[in-house]
Design a protein around this ligand. Structure first.
Ligand SMILES: *Cc1c(COP(=O)(O)O)cnc(C)c1O
Length: 458
């Protein structure tokens, strides 16, 4: 038996505390010192070239099984984990070539039509497995900028032993995003916070370290949870196995980024052996990361800027501390850099560029007019970034479409006069009534409401 892969907090760079295995890191979410769990880079399992070559003939769920198995080995029997993978990944994952050497990976075919389904569905099944095994229950507390809430709520809805509270900025999510959270009910509480995503995230982080709330077994399903990242490394392997890169034009993958959890999945894939020459972290007008890359000085954007790609309105991406850790540095949860990472190595692996709302609209129009391909604002930030940095001349490119265009009908109508048809799962939530709980961004008020909700339900 191989050693389990262990995880440490980003705030414990010397690894003074004992490492946690994957299941403990998953169930705990945030580390007690407010850092995020991450493995050592040298402990990542390596996928050989021979294994990679086999992937082109395998379905998504099988690639998921092979990539993630080393993380759960010894904790979940292989056949059980195999069944979990097949059950979680029962939908299409299209890779389309929209121009020679240029591809779009559509991660929008899951039940809530965003890439968040990939991680949420796996996490829900894993958590449920571990909770059952230990005869425990848990409360999932999640802040969302739009899509995580729906994906997590849908993935956990109706499960025994689990309750879900999702906090969303009421004025920043689209009606369709909101409905995915508010129409489920039962064990799902949708909480409308009078503030921004960063406020929601701060409330969640505060609750996790609040000793008064330990009795509720709070855990997170946000990208602060390491359980999000590992499932998110799988589609990079899958996508690379479906396109033809060459020595001449190696692979570059563009990731529309907000909290940088998606990009972290990609970086893990690279450090597990996936030959990706470059990642491109495309951001909207919340440009703290490209500025950090250029100036080597990190300053969060506060308050975050409201952009069309609303799930990426993040002024201080929590996963940046993980990216920094992967390259040998230390950044705490406030964004203060205690040890600078190897900036050159980081910039060699990851380019980053900002895309304005104006450019986002133009990208949606161009992609439709030139390539007959409908994309939504998040994907459009990715599409635009690929062009902006001239990647098609140097690389075989893939950009990630992170949500279904029907989630953002207003933009599609305004820019290209197209109203994409709703996926079936979303048609269902359109028809149901909504229930939500309104709250200010004050921690004391939020805490009172949460305790009230959790005490009055079982
Ligand atoms: C969450 C989200 C993003 C940003 O992903 P991160 O992992 O936070 O960088 C991008 N697009 C959509 C549609 C999202 O829901």
């Amino acid at each position: 038996m191989t050693q389990p892969i262990l995880f440490w907090s980003t705030n414990d760079p010397e690894r003074r505390k004992p490492g946690l295995d994957f299941s403990d890191a998953l169930m705990q979410g945030l580390a007690p010192d407010k850092g995020l769990y991450i493995m050592r880079r040298e402990d990542l399992p390596q996928v050989s070239a021979a294994e990679l070559a086999e992937f082109s003939g395998l379905p998504y769920s099988e690639i998921a099984f092979r990539i993630m198995r080393p993380f759960v080995e010894g904790r979940i029997p292989s056949d059980v984990f195999h069944a979990i993978c097949e059950d979680a990944y029962n939908f299409d994952v299209p890779v389309e070539q929209y121009a020679p050497g240029r591809h779009i990976l559509r991660l929008d075919r899951g039940p809530t039509a965003s890439f968040k389904d990939f991680a949420a569905r796996m996490m829900a099944r894993l958590m449920q497995h571990f909770l059952k095994e230990q005869g425990r229950s848990a409360t999932i507390l999640t802040a969302t900028s739009g899509d995580t809430g729906g994906a997590v709520a849908a993935a956990f809805h109706g499960l025994e032993n689990v309750r879900v509270a999702v906090l969303y900025p009421g004025t920043e999510v689209s009606a369709r995003q909101r409905r995915q959270m508010t129409t489920l009910k039962d064990n799902v509480f949708a909480i409308d916070i009078d503030g921004k995503f960063d406020d929601c995230q701060a409330l969640v982080k505060h609750a996790f370290v609040d000793p008064d709330l330990t009795g509720y077994e709070l855990t997170s399903a946000n990208s602060i949870n390491v359980g999000r990242l590992i499932p998110q490394s799988v589609y990079y392997f899958y996508a690379a196995s479906r396109v033809q890169a060459s020595e001449d034009k190696p692979l570059a993958i563009c990731v529309p980024s907000g909290n940088f959890g998606n990009l972290m999945g990609g970086l893990l894939a690279k450090h597990m052996g996936l030959p990706v020459a470059k990642y491109l972290a495309a951001v909207n007008e919340n440009d703290e990361v490209p500025i950090y890359w250029r100036t080597e000085e990190y300053r969060p954007v506060a308050p975050s800027r409201n952009c069309l790609s609303n799930a990426m309105n993040v002024g201080h991406p929590s996963n940046l501390s993980r990216v920094v850790a992967l390259y040998g540095g230390t950044m705490d949860e406030t964004g203060e850099v205690h040890a600078q990472p190897d900036m050159d190595a980081m910039r060699r692996d990851i380019a980053s560029v900002e895309v304005s709302d104006e450019e986002t609209r133009l990208a949606i129009r161009e992609c439709y007019q030139l390539h007959k391909t409908v994309i939504e604002p998040h994907g459009a930030v990715g599409y635009c970034a690929v062009q902006k940095l001239g990647f098609p001349e140097k690389y075989t490119t893939i950009f990630l479409e992170t949500a279904h265009p029907a989630k953002f009908p207003e933009v599609g109508q305004e820019v290209i006069g197209v109203d994409p048809e709703l996926p079936e799962s979303m048609q269902q939530s359109e028809a149901k009534s909504e229930v939500n709980f309104a709250c200010s961004a004050e921690y004391a008020e939020f805490k009172e409401m949460l305790v009230d909700l959790l005490s009055n339900t079982k």
